[in-house]
Ligand binder design. Sequence first.
Ligand code: ADP
Ligand code: MG
Length: 312
Amino acid sequence: MTPSNAIELRGLRKVYAARGSEPEKVALKGLDLDIPTGSIFGLLGPNGAGKSTTINILAGLVNKTSGSVRIWGFDQDVNPRQSRAAIGVVPQELNLDPFFAPRAALEVQAGLYGVPKAERRTDAILEAVGLLDKAEAYARTLSGGMRRRLLIAKALVHAPQILVLDEPTAGVDIELRQMLWAYVRELNAAGTTIILTTHYLEEAEEMCDRIGIINHGELVVTEETGTLLQQLDAKTLVITPESPVDNLPSEQGKIRIDMRPDGACAFSYRRSETGAEEVLDLARSLGISIRDVASEDPDLEDVFMALTTSKT
Ligand code: ADP
Ligand code: MG
């Protein structure tokens, strides 16, 4: 049976114990989060927000302090085996055993997950991530990009319903990044729920259908990517005048006016306070004859700034 949410977190808290002169650190402050089955979900936040802590708890690499974790409908504490079988995690660090070549590494991983020999798809997975010709190469001779791909391959050996990638494109070149995304989209189209963390806003905007933003161990917002972009209040209308204008005020009421180098006039305002009609009226009253109007939508960078600065 397919659950409606691939992941359900309730009141998830993590406190790292004090160590030496380091005080204890509250990394997660009671996170509630649902990740719908079938989505490509982006967990977004600045460094130190708690993304890896969340992922590592899902992976079973970090023990939560309190709260509950459901993976594919299975409570991690009640059904550890089933919840573990449903998820494959690609960690942020490139930690690979230097003694295993890719094919051997996948076989060992399949063994760990109890995948019967007859059901293993080792070479198919190697081929999918472009490592078949490196199947017998020593891990230490693999480039950073190849190591990243091997980690993805390892996360896939037990054919998990959920694939989690922690900062998959950090330090990865553009070519590999595109290959990676194409493959992730393919997996998603074939039914795998994808969760990725990133602090690249563009990446989340491009890849994810749903985004959760966390900061200081708290969920700031979770929303469909499109809706999230719409939610941002700031709006700019760029008006191209028929003939050059000058001597415009830099501000008129709640509307800011900037001249662009190409002669266009940018009117910035808050959607909740001002309507587009009002802006056009203002432009006309300033003596601008309007040739063209374009609207500039905010990108995730703006959304992120607006949401996190208002809550901290
Ligand atoms: P992110 O992945 O979003 O950058 P992390 O989950 O790695 O954030 O870290 C969240 C917070 O927890 C940070 O303040 C970090 O310093 C702290 N932290 C992470 N891992 C440990 C650890 N093993 N011991 C102590 N503190 C940690
Ligand atoms: Mg991290």
